[in-house]
Ligand binder design. Sequence first.
Ligand code: ATP
Ligand code: MG
Length: 395
Amino acid sequence: MQKIIIIKYGELSTKKDNIGYFLNTLKNNIKEVLIDEEVNISLDIGRMFIEVQEESIPKVVAKLKKIFGIHEIIVGYKDLDFTLDALKENTLKLLEAKDFKTFKINTKRSNKKYPYKSMELNNLIGSYILDNKKVKVDVLNPEVIFNIEIRQKEILYYDMKIKGLGGYPVGTLGKGLLMLSGGIDSPVAGFLAAKRGIMLEAIYFESPPHTSENAKNKVLALATILSEYSAKIKVHIVNFTAIQEAILKNIPNDYLITIMRRMMYRISEQIALKNKCLVLINGESIGQVASQTLTSMNCINAVVNMPVIRPVACYDKLQIIDMAKNIGSYETSILPYEDCCTVFVPQHPVINPSLKKACEYEKLIDYEALIKEAILNEEIIYVPLKEEAKYQDIL
Ligand code: ATP
Ligand code: MG
């Protein structure tokens, strides 16, 4: 018997015509994540097999738990001996190492030519275990469900299943540009978008010297956390200082945030188009702040044509926090470094901005030139960084 990792795809198996594309992407994503391991990955109907050195299995499983498109991860055994004696002996051997009182055998026979039916095998192998180990069968609520799969080319044995993340393999649905601030919401939004198969690029607006190097490093640290679930992430860092100062100087105080966000959207759309991203993604949540009322969203969204996906739009803050904790981004998100929005927060931001007024006010600044300049001077950083990451110093 050989100890191996078996992957089940779940929702993916519903993708009839495109299944080959989805599975190959999944396989490539797995290969990329396991680049430092000596692995052999093979695809079969309904299953993927990953062969690695036995001592690497826990490390590999930990990495697989962060890959979208995997429904279940099973650490089991593969054997090529199809005889009934081998089935009995192998099952006994694997169960002998376990401490339990009740069990049941659950056989699946996808190889319909195999001379014994599943029920017969359950009985024959179950009886053999009862003869050799002091345990009982409990079909309703057993401590151990021992699975045996009789497949075309091999027999699989396993009793432990680990839940995968589900979703679609990253990249199968194209690319999106995530507006990534240093807050709690946008990393969660990025995670949820990646879960639906969207490959992420990220954009961060900084306003030095009003925002610090630490704030930028925090965003890069968050992008690095997200990259564990997706792939290498291209982060666009856009200097927003000139635009923000022009807004502060010329725009009535209550419209500062509205106009600022319209500028962010415009820049994001242009960078998305240039980089073949099909959608914008952000962490807006309905009603959370003045700029996230439905009227505000209309007024801000009006400057772009590209679809804007807001994965956390309908979640409560506490739910978003829970997700952030599960993803592993929360601790970084709550580090105290300032965001460019918080630096310029007005006392009374307009809750129901008028589109007409927003357009009028904007005429007071030569924003097209400023936007062009900002895009021209963007800085690009790919995460994860290869060398010792500077931004990790702040963690
Ligand atoms: P978060 O917790 O994600 O920072 P928030 O509750 O602070 O969100 P806002 O500051 O209003 O809410 O921002 C809403 C969304 O706009 C963010 O989730 C993010 O997607 C985007 N955003 C805000 N500030 C920036 C920034 N400096 N760079 C890039 N995107 C930003
Ligand atoms: Mg924010």
